[in-house]
Design a protein around this ligand. Sequence first.
Ligand code: PLP
Length: 393
Amino acid sequence: MIYLDNNATTKIDNMVLEEMLPFLKEEYANASSMYEFARKPSEALRTARIQVRDFLGARDDKEIIFTSCGSESANMAIKGVVNCNKEKRHLITTKIEHPCVLNVYKELEKQGYEVDYLGVNSDGELQIDELKEKLRKDTALVSVMWANNETGVINPVEEIADIIKTRSANTKFFVDGVQAAGKIPINLKSTNIDLLGISGHKIHAPKGVGALYVKSGTRLTSLINGGHQEFGLRAGTENIPYIVGLGKACELASDALDFELKEVKRLRDKLEQGILKNVFNARLNSSSLNRVPNTTNIGFQYVEGELILLHLSDLGICASSGSACTSGSLEPSHVLRAMGVPFTALHGSIRFSLSRFTTESEIDFVIENLPKVMDKLTKLSPYQNELKNLKGD
Ligand code: PLP
């Protein structure tokens, strides 16, 4: 099995699992309890918060709130800020956000909020001038993802944060950092970002744990009311084993960042070039430079993406079309549509996403076998004349 779908989810690092196991077995006490038996879980919670703080370059561990996933982090940030600023009725986001942001904005729009959705160019890059035009005195919140899950394209969120703060110190800025975490350096204390979400299962921790960075002084309501946990912002007995896993995963991701930026990128580039060179109907669907190091999104013109995925799956290769949340639907990706990817490539676009566990021999296998699959599929395509033109026959 060759797993090239690490933007959908990642395998748990063995070192993460080892750290978690004692808290799934013998150290099961509630971290809020007062007796000695609760000391280890309670200390583990503190350690994990510090590990996440350091990973994100936050100033204070009180700025880190543990959640159940990246989607909860986004919901908490957006709804929490909006609920605290009811007099401001304008919101900004982008057309290429993950559904966990877009669908919250759509819901707010139904409730009467005015929303501007920023576009991207054909490389998948945000247009800063459009943001400058749309910012208003009554903008409560701007949400921009740091890296896109489908293309890997990086948005200049640090620059955006500065622009927002110069215009209006009261407009809050949420960044979905789920696909940037562990792939590019993040140092929040040197930025004007107010809120940032991450997800454990994208960085080799288990599914079901995430975190939200809330800059000191940012007012927020909670999604889940109840006990005093997480500084009163997120009630519910803390999921210590998973939080411990997230903390360890953050520490390991910091250690592996150089490897990610050099070695994972080298393999991604090798895969990409190997495909673009050997498959005549392949085109890169994004900027080639401004991307996280592990992702490539390639459009195979005049061929159905689902067919490609099934044939790759027969070879044991896991990749995806669109995001994991929309796969299974035949709707073309909202991200590629926003980029204006031509219709001919829209339905045949495949995302390959690597991790630090991807090996050179796996990449070589794909480079050798994918052209054979495409050779078969292009022959079956109903667009023979168009393919001939493309080939230059
Ligand atoms: N944001 C982005 C950019 C993502 O890629 C994902 C997951 O695919 C999420 C948010 C949601 O994360 P989770 O699955 O932890 O809810």
